[in-house]
Design a protein around this ligand. Structure first.
Ligand SMILES: Nc1ncnc2c1ncn2[C@@H]1O[C@H](COP(=O)(O)OP(=O)(O)OP(=O)(O)O)[C@@H](O)[C@H]1O
Length: 277
């Protein structure tokens, strides 16, 4: 990947209802790097990226990307999804089931005359080179997600929208892909939705916080961090040494503040150990 900083302006003003849920989405943002969108379940994050991608016709208003009007309901403009040059990855992205991984990627490659990545490069970066000739249905959920990210990138989108793209992945793959997405964001601006504060803070700057159909706040990652939910994660105790008080915990969610095998403290006499052998 060469170094080329790409920035583009995204202007968005959409107001209306989907079902009983009311939206008033306003955003005017230079997309440069990765914009994180954070918020509890059901506040409208997926609807926001569906609208930008051209999958949501139910929200009237205006969307302008890089000076191109993608939607202007009053003027009767709605550019269809395949003409927007916007990549999209969902939590449970589907591949074409009758094709191999390579064929899925080759099909997406046909959508662009100016590819940024080759199939081999993406297979290597997203760690699925050995799966290229496998039929798509044989993939695990995590493998499918890695291929879905590659498929979105191979079409050389001008903007990549990611909705919980790493949810199906194990910790090591998540960290690997976060590093890769960080490098990608120097070439292609990203809009990244995740329920993980740690992931969002690692990859994204700025960060937008949504509440009930609106973008309530947007600001630099550092400034937004204190208003994000407290970092929590699941972990499993894998070893206890009562003599030294050392408890080894394997984290199920990666924690960017902690290095591998870092000692964060010693439990002198954990109460929950009392009475155990
Ligand atoms: N096409 C639709 N018809 C009716 N209601 C809809 C439609 N699309 C979205 N909604 C409603 O809009 C609200 C926001 O949904 P959305 O999926 O965008 O939230 P979210 O923040 O992405 O949630 P999660 O984090 O759980 O994925 C929900 O109440 C949902 O039921």
């Amino acid at each position: 990947m060469g170094l080329l900083v790409v920035a583009m302006r995204l202007e968005l003003a959409l107001a209306g209802k989907l079902g009983e849920f009311e939206f008033d989405l306003q955003l005017d943002q230079v997309m440069d790097g990765a914009l994180g969108v954070f918020g509890p379940s059901g506040v409208g994050k997926t609807s926001l990226i569906r609208a930008i991608a051209g999958l949501e016709r139910g929200l009237p208003g205006r969307i302008v990307l890089d000076g191109e009007v993608l939607q202007d309901t009053a003027a009767g403009i709605f550019v269809p999804i395949d003409k927007r040059r916007i990549g999209l990855v969902f939590q449970d992205s589907r591949l074409f089931p009758h094709l191999t991984v390579r064929q899925n990627l080759a099909l997406a490659l046909r959508q662009t005359r100016q590819p940024i990545f080759s199939i081999q490069e993406l297979a290597h970066e997203c760690c699925f080179s050995e799966l290229l000739d496998q039929p798509a249905p044989s993939l695990s959920a995590g493998q499918r997600q890695r291929v879905a990210i590659a498929r979105a990138l191979i079409a050389a989108p001008r903007l990549l929208l990611l909705d919980e793209p790493l949810a199906a992945l194990d910790m090591a793959s998540r960290q690997h892909l976060l590093d890769f997405l960080q490098r990608v964001s120097a070439r292609i601006p990203l809009l990244f939705i995740s329920h993980s504060v740690a992931e969002t803070l690692q990859l994204c700057d700025p960060i937008a916080v949504m509440t009930s159909g609106r973008i309530a706040q947007i600001g630099p990652g550092e400034a937004m961090a204190p208003s994000l939910p407290k970092r929590r994660g699941l972990g499993t105790v894998v070893a206890v040494d009562p003599a030294s008080g050392q408890v080894t915990i394997q984290l199920d969610e990666f924690a960017p503040d902690l290095a591998l095998a870092q000692v964060v403290g010693v439990v002198s006499e954990p109460s929950w150990l009392k009475g155990r052998e």
